[in-house]
Ligand binder design. Structure first.
Ligand code: M6R
Length: 617
């Protein structure tokens, strides 16, 4: 949603904060701001600017503040339109206290009334502003005796909702106070300096040693140390952890956008996901083993329930085909925001798989907590070690895709799929559904996937040229059958979120039951065809669309001729085992979405109205 950061140390805070905000901008980019304690003078220097981070950088270039303590924010608006006034940091009436916040204060309206009744005049329409006035209120109430930490602690007791926040006060020039509830916050420990951020990439240029703040905890950051406290203000000993990602993997590395880089990283990411889980015996036979699932008793599950949002939900839908097809175990898949409110039935023996790239999606976390409350065993499939999901689940499978910064998820999706393929295969073997020879054949097929993904990427110019011809279609429909239908859903999501083209996915057989009414000469229909037994049906569905003036693209196996006559264009992917086709067939669709967005002049990394990590409901 929003990104927050903070710095205290011996260097100038402004460039450090701007650098961190640049890394956090994917979380929100409608306005940004900083508050820096000026030296000399000891006053708070606050600058905020509507729009992208460059607007704030421009302000700071003209008027560079000197000071080695500060906080920063990049915003994705929830309460109050994007504007200079609504941008963070927010300050109290005296201008001595400043707050940055990620999350939503659900009871801000009664708190605002309560504060207004005490003569507080609000300067913004945000929910966040109540926090700074509450801190000021409690600071003054006890004449500053319990310090800024005590005032923040008391203010937090009044808040309902979610927050990761950082507070500074010119009366306490040696510290930053931070706190979290239902929003992520990481403290970076440096040499003679300490930092905080919503996400690890913002810290990597400075340190890899971090403290993860847990639910309802507070922290006080000083130049030479950082203390963690529970909500009652009692000290907690927290062991520092090391982030494995390097700074380089969070850079664009010569690509025009993070999204293009991340699409092109898929061969490596898929290999990284696969390799640690494959074991080879002396006779060359391959085996699958998830060390992290020791004791999870997967094979005893009577049913698997998968919950997730967005792209991760699409991975979950494909997981159903994999687990039901390969391991013959019933699977239910639910959108997390639906699952949490539908009073779901659960039974002993249910195994929950909760999928989330960020591990911080509010709805997904709520679904996981519900599943745990019902007594279920929860396996988290996530890309962020140390995320809330990873820490709260019973078991965590790391997808190992590396940092994904573009808002549109690509390599995280295929790595999630790779994990699901491996899990389904090993479960199929453990349940006696897949025998030795077949198991070996399937595992070897998975082993070839990273190279095959590379083969598709080697032809990306074909997709680029196709996008140049079709980017201005007013409608793009993706269709397919079985797993190809789920790939269509993911393709439509990708295209709509970054190119803003109206795009839908249909189960191909459903076209004639209604959606065909939408097809006209301005429509592009893209059909996925990897289910060999259903090729004739897909040909008929394509003809239904082209007969109404639509242009048709087919994505199918290398060398397949079944669609040559019916389609305007055929894009080929290398042949793999049918259950694994989504790992490859999605790649041309990701590229198509990317190139359409670029053709339209959109920024694919920062699409309008979206944020990478949806940490509010
Ligand atoms: O971090 P998560 O995987 O939990 O995020 C879930 C969705 O918000 C995410 O997949 C979203 O749909 C992406 N923007 C899709 O590209």
């Amino acid at each position: 949603m929003c990104g927050i950061t903070g710095y205290i140390g011996g260097r100038q805070a402004a460039p450090v904060l701007l650098g961190a905000l640049e890394k956090l901008e994917y979380r929100g980019y409608d306005s940004a701001g900083v508050a820096i304690l000026e030296e000399p003078g000891g006053r708070l220097f606050v600058r905020k600017a509507e729009g992208r981070l460059q607007a704030l950088a421009g302000l700071l270039a003209r008027e560079t503040p000197r000071g080695a303590l500060g906080i920063g924010h990049t915003r994705w608006a929830t309460h109050g339109e994007p504007s200079d006034d609504n941008a963070h940091p927010h300050t109290d009436l005296s201008g001595k206290i400043a707050v940055v916040h990620n999350g939503i204060i659900e009871n801000y309206a009664p708190l605002k009334e309560w504060l207004q009744a005490r003569n507080v005049v609000f300067k913004s329409d945000t929910d966040t502003e109540v926090i700074v006035h509450l801190v000021d209120y409690y600071h003054r109430e006890d004449a500053g005796r319990s310090g800024i930490f005590g005032a923040v602690k008391k203010a937090l007791r009044r808040l309902e909702g979610s927050y990761a926040l950082a507070v500074i006060s010119s009366d306490f020039p040696d510290r930053i106070i931070a706190a979290r509830k239902d929003s992520p916050l990481i403290i970076g420990l440096g040499q003679g300096e300490n930092l905080l951020a919503s996400d690890a990439p913002a810290l990597l240029a400075h340190t890899k040693t971090v403290l993860y703040l847990e639910e309802r905890e507070l922290a006080a950051l000083y130049r030479d140390h950082a203390d963690v406290f529970n909500e009652d203000g009692e000290r907690i000993i927290r062991r520092p952890e090391t982030i494995e990602w390097d700074n380089e993997s969070a850079e664009k590395g010569g690509f025009a956008h993070f999204m293009l880089k991340e699409i092109n990283e898929q061969p490596r990411a898929l290999g990284n996901t696969l390799r640690p889980r494959l074991k080879q015996a002396a006779d060359g036979a391959l085996d699958i083993h998830f060390d992290e699932l020791a004791g999870a008793a997967l094979a005893e599950a009577k049913r698997i329930v998968i919950t997730a949002c967005g792209t991760a939900y699409h991975a979950g839908l494909l997981g159903k085909f994999l687990f039901e097809g390969l391991a013959r175990i019933p699977v239910e898949v639910d959108i997390a925001s639906e699952y949490r409110y539908r009073n779901p039935l659960s039974a002993p023996g249910d195994l929950f798989i909760v999928i989330s790239q960020s591990g911080e999606t509010a709805d997904t976390l709520a679904a996981m907590r519900l599943a745990k409350k019902a007594g279920g065993r929860v396996i988290a499939l996530t890309n962020v070690i140390g995320s809330t999901l990873a820490r709260e689940a019973d078991f965590t499978v790391n997808t190992l895709a590396g940092p994904e910064l573009a808002v549109a998820s690509t390599k995280a999706f295929t790595s999630q799929l790779m994990c699901l393929c491996l899990l389904a295969l090993s479960l199929g073997r453990d349940r006696g559904r897949i025998k030795g020879g077949e198991f070996q054949r399937l595992v070897r097929a998975l082993q070839r996937i990273p190279d095959q993904a590379g083969d598709i990427l080697a032809k990306q110019e074909t997709v680029q040229k196709f996008a140049a011809r079709h980017f201005n279609k007013n409608k793009v429909f993706f269709m397919g059958r079985q797993a190809d239908y789920c790939v269509s859903m993911e393709s439509a999501l990708k295209l709509k979120e970054i190119s803003y083209t109206h795009s839908e996915a249909f189960a191909a057989g459903e076209l004639k039951h209604g959606p065909i009414a939408l097809v006209d000469p301005g429509t592009l229909v893209a059909a996925f065809a990897t289910q060999d037994a259903l090729f004739d049906k897909i040909v008929s569905n394509i003809r239904e669309a082209t007969a109404r003036g639509a242009k048709a693209l087919v994505i199918t196996w290398e060398g397949e001729r079944a669609f040559n006559a019916a389609a305007d264009e055929v894009f080929f992917i290398p042949k793999t085992e049918t259950p694994f086709s989504p790992l490859l067939s999605i790649i041309p669709a990701q590229l198509f979405a990317y190139y359409c967005a670029v053709q339209k002049g959109n920024d694919p990394d920062k699409p309008r109205n979206l944020a990478k990590s949806v940490t509010v409901e």
